[in-house]
Design a protein. Sequence first.
Length: 674
Amino acid sequence: MTETIEMADGRLRAVIENLSPSVDGGRFAAKRIVGDTVVVEADCFTDGHDMLACLLLWRRDNADTVEDSWHETAMTPLANDRWRGSFVAEAVGSYRFTVCAWVDPFLSWRHDFARRIEIADLLIAAQVGAALIEAAALRATGKDSTRLKDWATELRAQSGKLNDAKKLKALGLDEELSACANRYPDRRFATTHPVLQPLTVDRERARFSAWYEMFPRSASGEPGRHGTLMDCEARLPEIAKMGFDVLYLPPIHPIGSANRKGPNNAISAGPGDVGSPWAIGSSAGGHKSLHPELGTLEDFRRLNASAAAQGMELALDIAFQCAPDHPYVADHPQWFRWRPDGSVQYAENPPKKYQDIFPFEFESDDWQGLWQELADVIRFWAREGVRIFRVDNPHTKPFPFWEWAIAELKRDYPDTIFLAEAFTRPKVMHRLAKLGFSQSYTYFTWRNTKHELVEYLTELTKGPGRDYFRPNLWPNTPDILSEYLQFGGRPAFIVRLVLAATLAANYGIYGPAFELADASPREPGAEDYRDSEKYQLRHWDLAAPQSLADLIARLNRARRDNPALQCDASLQFFAVDNDNLLCYAKSAPDCDNLVVTVVNLDPHHVQSGWVELDLAALGIAQDSPYQMHDLLSGARFLWNGPRNFVQIDPQRAPAHVFALRRKVRSEHNFDYFL
């Protein structure tokens, strides 16, 4: 028996392929920032020589703002059947967009009519055109309908008596009337791309932010005293003075007593040891509670309000794991993995053991109850006004959970930002970003050579992940004191600070340890800090002479004052004939802002070389001098042409962050740099 093959409607002749931006064919959302112009491209073509019309369609798609109708804008042809259109993302939230195309009889007629030469062909073609214009008049309304009817009537009348090809073509190709007809196309046989492409639009802080991490319990001004949220509040002005806009606090919840770790991750804790903040939960409460020694919920609210008054936001740590004495262990034993000896399986990453932490069993029969409770933890703090969450080890929890939980939270709080702390395999990191994480930690901490930095940052800013993976660069964390920092001295800290803050629009530092250039590992070959704050109180002398606070403030001021440093897409690297020197630029063409950074990657020796800029790519005239204003030191240098000499002494200043000033002529006929 022969099966009948269903015939597709052969009148739908337009083909639409290769939409961009599109993440995994529309399975996941591309990301943009509110106010961005969202540029959409697609390959649109048809058989034969007929002309296409293409439209970009988009609408808001929030749970509470699903628009009934689509907004439309015409797309313009580029080359090789590629079309482009755009719209402005006017609000935070979810959008959908797609492309619609059709073979347009009027456009096809007009294209051919313009190419006809013989009067006999024109006379017949004019009558065909008149019929198409009459059909458009029936679709039109008001004065447009009348104008098109009159045009069709005149064109038909003239085609019966005119013998002047030039005049007939002028009538048929009238630009104003043609534009009127194009407003009422025949879309009966339009093709719409079958996949509605999702788009997530975040607020500006998702693209541009400077994070400062501090442990509240070490915020005390008195050695040996447990810090409080009020101590954190007292530190806000100096953190704001350094130019940070996100204050990130590691877990602020009660810390378990059972299996508590001692200093330097010792297996046994002494009577006065404070334990790890990531061992969450005790008789004092769990993930929705505050550590009693930090203060009350009212103290937290006051800290949050004070941070906002300083132009900062609080970011809280979300660590979905429990200390053995967390209330969840007794109240919901089904959420944990039990071993044959009747004990709960603690967290492991062989050979590492985390005896003070119980992971959740996401394959529990009560997985739905677990999901709901964990989402409610985030929702609890969102109700307290928190809109930024740094998520600890998200790669050790199921992907479907994060896709659901982030969507749940952003449905009610669409301005929420999630940072994924996942130092793991590349595909896993990218999957988390696709699932909805707004920002992502990166491998930057371990990329030190010129080749490594150029290759990795080019991948992040120009590779497939550019539409959904927003890098957040950290030169250190409480878990990571890199070898480069351990042996490079103070210049190494400045180098990594400048790189993080200028290569990416989002960056952060683990605060006092970086600010004071702490380079002491727990032991040779280890990346852990000696006497780490993860396991004990620390007292920091923030007025110490080695403090980088002033430099950090200048660098963050440069970031705020220069839009070029507030996004990643424009990053481009330039050649230097010395592999110890790295040169790159970022630009903001809309405001004619250009920043060129040159860094000496060698923290020990003076390095020099010739920088070769691509002046055409930077929009600089080949024969005009330009001034390079160092935003860190205030020095100014006059450069000419693409090749210029630099020499950098790391003991004085390991890097230049140049704002380019162009030469202009005043109304009084003298030159100055703007």
